[in-house]
Structure formats: structure tokens, C-alpha cells
Ligand binder design. Structure first.
Ligand code: IMP
Ligand code: MG
Length: 172
């Protein structure tokens, strides 16, 4: 049975890094208006904490997409047909919890470009060091981690463990 193991990042470490990311993102977009697209459910905690460090004009949308079942990527992304919002001519920042195979970010980026977004960048809280399906580097990443399955602060295993305030490794 899988259970929460070692803590990788405490609540305080997460918040300190998120505040620094918020400053960098604010500087990058300066006077440009931004739409943040948070990928549900995993990035919910991260997006809510990050957006509070961005300018008050920042707009927010949530897209519910998923590619994972248990501890494995399914290799396809569900949910892109049901998205809403107007992205034409907007600078868009995709916010996700974790970059793994890169399938999610590459498909979501493609979708936003097809909706005529002016620019599309991404910010992930965690980036796993592993081979990617597509060569995609997010403009901002909170922390690089080894190829481990992690939970907490929004990240789940089959919908469990999201409420943990810190990021922990899942141990078998
Ligand atoms: P990718 O599409 O393979 O890059 O995977 C990204 C998505 O898979 C993330 O948005 C997460 O929802 C999920 N995911 C990948 N690795 C983990 C993990 O270690 N813990 C929890 N979810 C994960
Ligand atoms: Mg996800």
C-alpha cells in the first residue's frame, strides 16, 4: 500500500518560492494584461497562492484536464473539448502543478495558440527530471525534482492526499 513518505518541500518553503515566482512573472509582463489558466485539479492550491502575488488586473480561468491514472500517464489528455474563455489577443500563462512527460503542457499550449492567444508561457511548481514526450521547457519552474511520485499541496494519487499542506514523496 502507498502512503505519504518523506517531505520534499514544507509549507514555508513552498510559499517562499511562490512569492519569488510571483515577482519574476510580474516583472516579465510589466504593463501587459495577463490571463492565468490553471489546470485543475492539481494546480488549484498553487494557482491560488501564485495569483495573489500578481497584479490586480490579472484574469483567471480554470481548465479541467487530466492525463494520469494512478501513478502512470495514460499518454492522452482528457478535457480540452470542454474549455471556455476568450483568449484571442491575450497573453496567457498556463499554471500547472508538475511537469512530467510534458504531454499536458504541450497540448494545452497548442490549444491556446489555436485560440489566437498573443503569447503562451507556462509556470509549473515542480519539474521532474526525466525524458519528455515533447521538448518543452516551462518559462518558470518552482523546483526541479527527481523522477519520484509526489503528493500534497494539490497533487493527488487517485484523488487522495491533495489537502496535505506540504509536498511529500509517495512511498510504497
Ligand atoms: P504530463 O502530462 O505527463 O507532463 O503530466 C502532468 C500531469 O500529470 C500533472 O498535471 C499531474 O496532474 C500529473 N502528475 C504527474 N506526475 C505526478 C506526481 O508525481 N504526482 C501527482 N500527479 C502527477
Ligand atoms: Mg494535472
Amino acid at each position: 500500500m502507498s502512503l505519504p513518505g518523506e517531505t520534499l518541500f514544507s509549507e514555508a518553503e513552498l510559499q517562499e518560492r511562490i512569492s519569488a515566482l510571483g515577482k519574476q512573472i510580474t516583472e516579465h509582463y510589466r504593463d501587459e494584461e495577463l490571463t492565468v489558466v490553471g489546470l485543475m485539479n492539481g494546480s488549484l492550491f498553487f494557482m491560488v497562492d501564485l495569483i495573489r502575488h500578481l497584479p490586480y488586473q490579472t484574469q483567471m480561468e480554470c481548465w479541467r484536464v487530466s492525463s494520469y491514472q494512478g501513478k502512470e500517464s495514460t499518454g492522452s489528455l482528457q478535457g480540452l473539448d470542454a474549455i471556455h474563455g476568450d483568449y484571442s489577443g491575450r497573453h496567457v500563462l498556463i499554471v500547472d502543478d508538475i511537469l512530467d512527460t510534458s504531454l499536458t503542457l504541450s497540448k494545452v499550449t497548442e490549444k491556446l495558440l489555436s485560440l489566437n492567444a498573443l503569447s503562451v508561457e507556462s509556470c509549473v511548481l515542480l519539474s521532474k527530471q526525466r525524458e519528455r514526450a515533447v521538448n518543452l521547457t516551462p518559462k518558470w519552474a518552482g523546483f526541479e525534482i527527481e523522477d519520484l511520485f509526489v503528493i500534497g499541496y494539490g497533487l493527488d494519487l487517485d484523488h487522495k492526499y491533495r489537502p496535505l499542506p506540504m509536498i511529500r514523496v509517495l512511498k510504497d
